[in-house]
Design a protein around this ligand. Structure first.
Ligand SMILES: Nc1nc2c(ncn2[C@@H]2O[C@H](COP(=O)(O)OP(=O)(O)OP(=O)(O)O)[C@@H](O)[C@H]2O)c(=O)[nH]1
Ligand SMILES: [Mg+2]
Length: 708
């Protein structure tokens, strides 16, 4: 079958933002206005479980009124195929944004018109930078009391990108929000009602003066500034095309198509970030946002191809996005339910047909593609093939996990991987009933496979199963989803901090393992250097033995010993990270040396080295933002200091005060209760993991006693 739609008519986009900005509400409108559905469901109307928005279909999402997993939907707008992924804003589910951005070509960043730039918007913005995803800003909720476009634009320019440019100016705010001035098209769109089916009047901008007088001076000021803002936009955009810019500067003329082409070019390259506005809830500005998606965000491959890497992750080439090339796809999400496994893929090049066999290059395995489906949130539809640019899912894959590269077996290639966040919190998990005992570990394993920001560990000493995740909500939701999706019930223990350990100084040592028991003995000697490394390095083993002083076949045993033994550090039994283990010399005995003897020597060398290195205990430090009434500011700041925290900044959000800072995670459990009582229930906060830092030596014992 030939290609049905040229690549240029595709847009793969994500909707990203801080929690509650209105992503799912906007997605519902997109599906309604593109004719994909005939009824809009509001997020706050799904708690009774009777109705569901298209993308928040999980029971846990409906109950809580928040998005937990990213969901993909497809629709058509003005002849363009739009594949859209609605992502969660809660920091605990950041892996969902991460993996979506990895495979998307563009993003719409949604803002709450009252709150402006919020912590998770910044985090997601940085992620989009990392994955080089072109984006535009949509300032939503302009109808809310306290909506402040000035505050939002200032935040976007100062905290996210100085290259952002206002393209839509709101006409009024709060209950006077009636539409927007489109500085590119030189017209205003004015609605006469909030109804989802109401249309808008299109008025040339030069006819606007005198038409509106708003209650807020700020709103009137924006309208007054329209000519000046349009001039700014023209200069900024046309500067991206030298000829057009000269013509504009010298003769004041420009071509409308050239202007749009310039904005497109700038947006795709990141030199220009359009700012739009609207109110999805009051049905204003969504169609205009869709027009901008088509006009300015890239089609697959327009922003360059996909990087191909060597096994160490070094980029060694680029694959263009096109059908006439070897098949290359990236698995970015795996969903398990009673019906089996769905592996979501983004196809970068080539054509993949039902029945084809692909290489899983990451795992050096072959996979036969039995069924291919198009996914519409919870629903699937079988398709015969998929091609460059597509986002779809393969059914019942056996070997493939999130982040794996799939490729034409004759031309295997590894694609650039995605990065997974580190879990910082852990809980012990126990089966609820006898019937759950056997099923629990399989079910947990499935949950962890589907979510790379979870980790599963069985404590070797206590036999306890420990689940690690991004936050309390993340772990709670995982256990609850195990019940609803896999029918297995479990109880969770109290959440604990995922501490880590590190080497304090470099240690060089020789360790000899010698044992004579009856017949043959055991003998192995290793000389090793353990060096602390910068944060994020992980564990590096370096074999520097020369001249066969240790036979080749025994070296993997020493490496294995270090890798296993570092899971239990000498301070308090936490994983030791960020060090380099150099095996530089050793001795062996022809008869008495064995892999086992070298493994034992390696383990003992590690333990002794770590113990004598003045080892450190590391704890996760969270970046927090507290939003509260100004009168409670003093209490909040005093409390942050008491929690061993540090306030880094104070600001204003609408008429509320904000406190930004860093606090150790171990001090943040139950913070919401404190905040509620300290602010009469009016304060809110968000926190996300920022970095690991050393626990002051004097506090180690106290913290460990509290953990026990
Ligand atoms: N007043 C007003 N409320 C809105 C608007 N858009 C969304 N909301 C409300 O804001 C709340 C959150 O909306 P959602 O669409 O769930 O937000 P979200 O960004 O998807 O949230 P998460 O997925 O949990 O991060 C809901 O109660 C919406 O009705 C808007 O334009 N105006
Ligand atoms: Mg949502």
């Amino acid at each position: 079958m030939a290609r049905q739609k040229p690549l240029k008519l595709y847009r793969n986009i994500g909707i990203i933002a801080h929690i509650d900005a209105g992503k799912t509400t906007t997605t519902e409108r997109v599906l309604y206005y593109t004719g994909k559905k005939h009824q809009i469901i509001e997020v706050h109307d799904t708690k009774d479980g009777k109705a569901s928005t298209t993308t928040d279909y999980l029971e846990q999402e409906r109950k809580r009124g928040i998005t937990i997993q990213s969901a993909a939907v497809s629709c058509e707008w003005k002849g363009y195929q739009i594949n859209l992924i609605d992502t969660p804003g809660h920091v605990d589910f950041t892996i969902e944004v991460n993996r979506s951005l990895r495979v998307l070509d563009g993003a719409v960043v949604v803002f709450d018109g009252v709150a402006g730039v919020e912590p998770q918007t910044e985090t997601n913005w940085r992620l989009a930078n990392q994955y080089n995803v072109p984006r535009m800003c949509y300032v939503n909720k302009m109808d809310r009391m306290g909506a402040n476009f000035t505050h939002c634009v200032k935040g976007i320019k100062e905290r996210l990108s100085p290259k952002s440019v206002v393209c839509h100016v709101p006409l009024g705010s709060y209950d006077e929000f009636t539409g927007m001035a489109d500085l590119v098209a030189n017209v205003a769109y004015i609605w006469d009602s909030d109804d989802k089916d109401s249309t808008w009047e299109t008025v040339p901008l030069d006819q606007l003066p005198g038409r509106f007088t708003f209650a807020s001076a700020g709103d009137n000021e924006w309208v007054k500034r329209i000519p000046e803002l349009r001039q700014e936009l023209l200069e900024h955009a046309l500067a991206l095309d030298e000829d057009a810019f000269m013509e504009f500067v010298e003769n004041g003329k420009f071509d409308q198509d050239v202007l749009k082409a310039c904005i497109r070019k700038g947006t795709v390259s990141g030199e220009f970030v359009p700012i739009l506005c609207g109110s999805s809830f009051k049905n204003k500005g969504v169609q205009q946002m869709l027009d901008a998606v088509i006009d300015y965000l890239p089609y697959p491959g327009e922003n360059g191809g996909i990087g191909m890497v060597d096994p160490d992750g070094k980029v060694i080439g680029t694959q263009e996005v096109k059908d006439e090339a070897p098949a290359r796809a990236l698995a970015f999400k795996v969903i398990n339910d009673q019906f089996g496994t769905l592996t979501f893929v983004r196809v970068y090049s080539g054509v993949i047909k039902k029945g084809d066999t692909l290489a899983n290059v990451t795992r050096n395995k072959k996979e036969r593609i039995g069924r291919i489906v198009e996914v519409q949130a919870a629903a699937t539809k079988d398709i015969e093939e998929c091609r460059a640019g597509d986002i779809c899912a393969f059914v019942s894959m056996k070997e493939t996990e999130t982040g794996d590269s799939l490729s034409d077996p004759d031309k295997p290639a590894l694609l650039e991987r995605m990065r997974f966040p580190d879990p910082v919190i852990s809980v012990s998990v126990e089966p609820k009933t006898r019937a759950d005992v056997d099923k629990m570990s399989t079910a947990l394993y499935k949950m962890v496979k589907a979510d790379p920001s979870l980790r599963l560990q069985v404590d070797q000493e206590t036999g306890q199963t420990v689940l690690k995740g991004m936050g309390e909500l993340h772990l709670e939701v995982t256990i609850d989803r195990m019940r609803t999706e896999l029918g297995v019930e479990a109880n969770m223990g109290r959440p604990r901090v995922s501490f880590r350990e590190a080497f304090g100084t470099t240690v060089e040592l020789v360790y000899t393992h010698k044992k004579q028991s009856g017949g043959s003995g055991q003998y192995a000697e290793v000389k090793m250097i353990f060096e602390p490394q910068p944060s994020g390095t992980g564990v590096v083993f370096s074999d520097e033995v020369v001249g066969g002083r240790i036979p080749r076949e025994f070296i993997p045993s020493v490496e294995h010993a270090v890798e296993t033994e570092c899971k239990r550090g000498q301070v308090a039994g936490y994983e030791v990270v960020d060090f380099k283990a150099r095996l530089i010399d050793g001795k062996y005995h022809d008869v008495d040396s064995s892999a086992l003897a070298f493994e034992i020597a390696g383990r003992a060398a590690f333990r002794e080295a770590h113990k004598t290195s003045r080892p450190k205990l590391l704890e996760p430090i969270m970046k927090i933002e507290v939003v509260t009434e100004g009168e409670y500011l003093g209490t909040i700041i005093g409390d942050v200091n008491r929690r061993r925290g540090q306030v880094t900044d104070q600001g204003q959000k609408g008429n509320q005060a904000t406190v930004l800072g860093f606090v150790p995670l171990s001090e943040m459990f139950g913070y919401i209760n404190f905040l509620r009582s300290a602010t009469s229930g009016r304060g809110t906060f968000t926190m996300e993991f920022d970095h690991y830092s050393e626990v002051p030596p004097g506090l180690v014992q106290k913290l460990m006693d509290a953990e026990a």
